[in-house]
Write a protein that binds this ligand. Structure first.
Ligand code: SF4
Length: 684
């Protein structure tokens, strides 16, 4: 028997047909992938064994009964809240959680503990896109669909190695380009990657050179008469200030020649159907939100948004980063795209939940949250389905910060992770294929993840663990769900309550979903309104979500090119691994692609350091070091390094490379920079 479910890796959100014997096929009817899979998705059957799984609760390293573990967690959190206040506790959750898990975690912290100290590893993924969208549109709205990528005449890929990180979308673009050879692809990236092979033009920018490129483009569009003045006059504010700021920018700060910039600008200006796809190279930056707005400015100024084949397109890294945004899984958001700062929004959510004590201000964002742990301000911490001791910048410092918390809980599928090893209590979570729920992909499409395997040992779905703790803390009625379907119905009903504010997010049409309907729910793109048919795209009609109904162009300044000693370290993913390898690391086939941690270094830099191919290089910063295998290649520019982020302390003596990434944070979004850290390097 086979089950239609969704791949648990990247934000493309491919449909998968899975069998309990491990047979995996792409779902030909799923609109994200139409049967395609990438290497990671195709190898899912090789990652579902029970080796290394956490199969029983553990307290202080010893197996324990569920009741003991739940009661201990509930009492320690309750005691901390009583003695030190609600802001003395924190949750750090994950874009790996399903929407129903995310919803109840957010409800417990914001509505029943009364703090907004719940942040997520999605802070590392797309928080700058959220902030940029909200500044420009008034809501966190992805305007377009995957079909726009196939209908565009020009696709601009910015800070995105789509071929490795979102491979099925890359396959869709490659197929569209093969069918329509006139389609053009431009790749803007400091590194030459597998994605560059599809590109007609590669703009090999300096680190953080993106704003200079897009400010230059906006100034060019304005100077040469390519503005859609009717659209701007009717629907967009801030045009003059944004253009004036763009004109103050020197495009050469991008590190590119005037000639190649002119080539790109003429191509963009002369092509109506343009989609600009951007990902972590834009978001994971100390100026990530400004980068996002520099891109959005160009689309707003030309009205190239929300129409077929046109628009800016943020691609999320994780399978349910979008679902987390929708349920308010970030420390500065409420559920259903409502705002913590808005008293009317808070009153609506509090009334709907019947909550005794709703948070009144934003909570700690990821970097600040772990700093508060280091500073002794957090008394109880619960980390769900993520491994921050390896994946955060300053990973070693984050590990020390977690160890510094008097009481820490980790729920995970694996018995040993860099983070789990630091926990006082480990709670065994059900994994992919063992639990039910929903996820939302990068084009706002909600899909079901369905169980097709028995839940092993004593593991439980995350939503149930969270509700068990909530009930033990005294919130029995509000967390009395018997299924993820019941949670989803409540979440959809909150969307009805939120509609009085005219927000973009609307799934009111799913409120009456029965258990049977939830079981058989087909992938559906929001909005799913109750009264009229939904729509695939936003903003072609010029209706935005700021109070005056207009969009905002945001003036942004390009950072000056840095001339300092040492190297720029860019960290990222490789094709066949996912996050900290807890699942993909089980597949020998996937491990064969890149078997050990390495660092790409320009051949001239390698020569200067006296490094031969495959020799070891020591990368250091802030008193931390990582020993990596040197891979000399001109894919990286002189002065730049690239290293994958997947290997943990448990998998490699090199330890997590993010230990040598010093903390820099975007001041608007709180997203940390992971693409241009300053490091030293020498032969080991
Ligand atoms: Fe899974 Fe992403 Fe690959 Fe699709 S592209 S199969 S969602 S990892």
């Amino acid at each position: 028997m086979s089950t239609c479910t969704t791949c648990p890796y990247c934000g493309v959100g491919c449909g998968v047909i899975a069998s309990a014997d491990g047979t995996i096929k792409g779902d030909p009817d799923h609109p994200a992938n139409y049967g395609r899979l990438c290497s990671k998705g195709a190898a899912l059957g090789e990652t579902i064994d029970l080796d290394g799984r956490l199969l029983a609760p553990r307290i202080g390293g010893q197996n324990a009964e569920w009741d003991s573990a739940i009661n201990l967690v509930a009492h320690r959190f309750t005691d901390a809240i009583r003695d030190y206040g609600p802001d003395s506790v924190a949750f750090y959750v994950s874009g790996q959680l399903l929407t129903e898990d995310y919803y109840v975690a957010n409800k417990l912290m914001k509505g029943f503990i009364g703090s907004a100290n719940i942040d997520t590893n999605s802070r590392l993924c797309m928080a700058s896109s959220v902030a940029g969208h909200k500044r420009a549109f008034g809501t966190d709205t992805v305007p377009g669909t995957y079909e726009d990528l196939e209908e565009a005449d020009l696709i601009v890929l910015v800070g995105s190695n789509l071929a490795w990180c979102h491979p099925v979308l890359h396959q869709r673009i490659a197929a569209a380009k093969a069918a329509r050879p006139g389609m053009r692809v431009v790749n803007i990236d400091p590194r030459r990657t597998a994605t560059t092979e599809l590109a007609d033009l590669h703009l090999q920018i300096a680190p953080d050179g993106d704003i200079a490129v897009f400010n230059g483009l906006l100034a060019h569009l304005a100077a040469e008469g390519h503005i859609d003045t009717a659209y701007v006059d009717a629907h967009v504010g801030g045009f003059s200030a944004a253009v004036a700021a763009a004109e103050c920018s020197d495009p050469r700060n991008s590190g590119l020649s005037t000639e190649i910039l002119r080539q790109f600008y003429d191509l963009w200006a002369g092509t109506e159907k343009v989609v600009t796809v951007y990902s972590q190279g834009v978001n994971q930056s100390a100026c990530g939100t400004d980068k996002v707005n520099a891109i959005l400015n160009c689309h707003l100024a030309t009205g190239r948004i929300g129409r077929p084949g046109m628009g800016p397109f943020s691609i999320t890294g994780q399978p349910n980063a979008m679902g987390g945004r929708e349920v308010g899984g970030l420390a500065n958001m409420l559920a259903n795209h409502l705002d913590i700062e808005n008293a009317d929004h808070r009153a609506t959510v509090q009334g709907f939940w019947g909550s005794p004590t709703l948070c009144t201000k934003p909570g700690l964002k990821a970097v600040d949250l772990f700093q508060a742990c280091a500073d002794g301000k957090i008394q109880a911490l619960w980390i769900m389905s993520t491994n921050p001791a390896a994946s955060m910048p300053d990973a070693a410092g984050v590990a020390q910060a977690i160890a510094n918390v008097p009481f820490s809980v980790v729920s995970d599928i694996m018995a040993r992770t860099d983070t789990g090893d630091l926990a006082d209590v480990l709670l065994p979570a059900a994994g992919w294929g063992e639990k039910d729920g929903t996820v939302t992909n990068s084009e706002r499409r909600i899909s079901r993840q369905r169980a097709f395997l028995p839940v092993p040992g004593q593991a439980r779905p995350d939503w149930r663990i969270i509700c068990d703790v909530a009930r033990a803390m005294g919130h029995a009625t509000a967390f009395d769900y018997d299924s993820p379907a019941a949670i989803f119905r409540e979440y959809a009903a909150l969307s009805v309550a939120a509609q009085s504010f005219g927000r973009d997010f609307d799934i009111s049409g799913l409120t009456d979903l029965t258990d049977e309907g939830y079981a058989h729910m087909n992938p559906v793109q929001w909005p799913v309104p109750a009264r009229q048919k939904g729509r695939a795209r936003f903003f072609a009609d010029g209706a935005f979500y700021h109070p005056d109904g207009r969009a905002r162009m945001v003036p942004v300044a390009a950072p000056m090119a840095q001339v300092t000693a040492g190297f720029h370290l860019n960290t990222g993913r490789i094709r066949d691994q996912w996050h900290t390898m807890t699942r993909t690391g089980k597949s020998a086939r996937l491990g064969a692609h890149m078997a050990e941690p390495y660092v790409e270094i320009h051949p001239q830099d390698a020569k200067t350091l006296g490094l031969g191919p495959a020799e070891l290089v020591e990368v250091t910063a802030g008193g931390e070091r990582s020993i990596l295998r040197a891979l000399p290649t001109d894919r990286v520019a002189k002065g730049a390094l690239f290293a994958p982020m997947h290997w943990t302390r448990q998998r490699s003596a090199a330890g997590p490379v993010n230990s040598v990434v010093r903390v820099q944070v975007d001041p608007v979004s709180g997203q940390p920079a992971l693409k241009s850290g300053r490091v030293s390097a020498k032969r080991f």
